[in-house]
Design a protein around this ligand. Structure first.
Ligand code: PRP
Ligand code: HPA
Length: 228
């Protein structure tokens, strides 16, 4: 089996990093629209929705270029990955429709949960039954919204490997620069971001903020308000 997700590989399959620096203050919230119920829960917009969409389209292009016309099973890591996966799959579909290659693609899901408040916990659950026999012998693209410590990605990789796929690649929209990283770097990375807790575009803080379109940095008062 080919194992494409390298430990401590600084560059993914799509080359250069797309780094948001630690001193980037983000965009003022006033520049964009966002749900009024989150006023004062957010510090700034780190990545506006339109930029996420444009970057996702380019990631789809890079993924397609690396595939040839092999069948693909997309494995979405829920819940945080649902929006990115949906947009990525849509872009892959559109791009393959507009090219000569016809790509048979299936989509499956696994739910992995470990966060409480803004902290990773050792309690990593696979929620629900995960019969992923569809992965056997196939090329698999694991789609994850954010890689922070990398524990969730490691668990997803182990789970997928158990079904003996032909090969695995990983697309991660965000990779966070954290001191406690296991060192996993997806083959396809959207943005490398500072070590701040981000919400929106399906990323949550205790299930809040999934209904926010932009990727934003949560404020301290937002953390306090929704803390469990
Ligand atoms: O790299 P890690 O430190 O493991 O963190 C990344 C994971 O954390 C979040 O999941 P969470 O446990 O919050 O579950 P959710 O996706 O259902 O919100 C996020 O959606 C990633 O899957
Ligand atoms: O910044 C984050 N936001 C949401 N979920 C996460 N899981 C790890 N880091 C994050």
């Amino acid at each position: 089996m080919t194992f494409w997700c390298h430990l401590v590989d600084r560059h993914g399959k799509d080359g250069r990093l797309h780094t948001i620096r630690d001193d980037w203050p983000g965009y003022s919230l006033d520049l964009f629209t966002y749900p009024e119920h989150y006023t004062s829960d957010l510090d700034c917009v780190l990545i506006p929705h339109g930029v996420i969409m444009d970057r996702t389209e380019r990631m789809a292009r890079n993924i397609l270029d690396g595939l040839g016309n092999q069948d693909l099973v997309v494995l979405c890591v829920l819940k945080g990955g649902y929006q990115f996966c949906s947009d990525l799959v849509e872009h892959i579909k559109q791009l393959s429709k507009n090219s000569d290659t016809s790509l048979p693609m299936r989509v499956d899901f696994v739910r992995l949960k470990s966060y409480l408040n803004d902290q990773s916990t050792p309690d990593l659950h696979v929620v629900g039954g995960a019969d992923l026999s569809v992965l056997t012998g196939k090329n698999v693209l694991i789609v994850e919204a954010v890689v922070s410590t990398g524990k969730t990605l490691q668990a997803a990789l182990e789970l997928a490997e158990g079904f003996r796929p032909h090969g695995i690649r990983v697309a991660g929209l965000l990779v966070k620069r954290v001191p406690d990283s296991l060192g996993y770097r997806p083959d396809y990375v959207g943005f490398e971001i500072p070590n701040r807790f981000v919400v929106g575009y399906a990323l949550d803080y205790n299930e809040y903020f999934r209904d926010l379109s932009h990727i934003c940095a949560i404020s301290e008062s937002g953390k306090q308000k929704y803390r469990i």
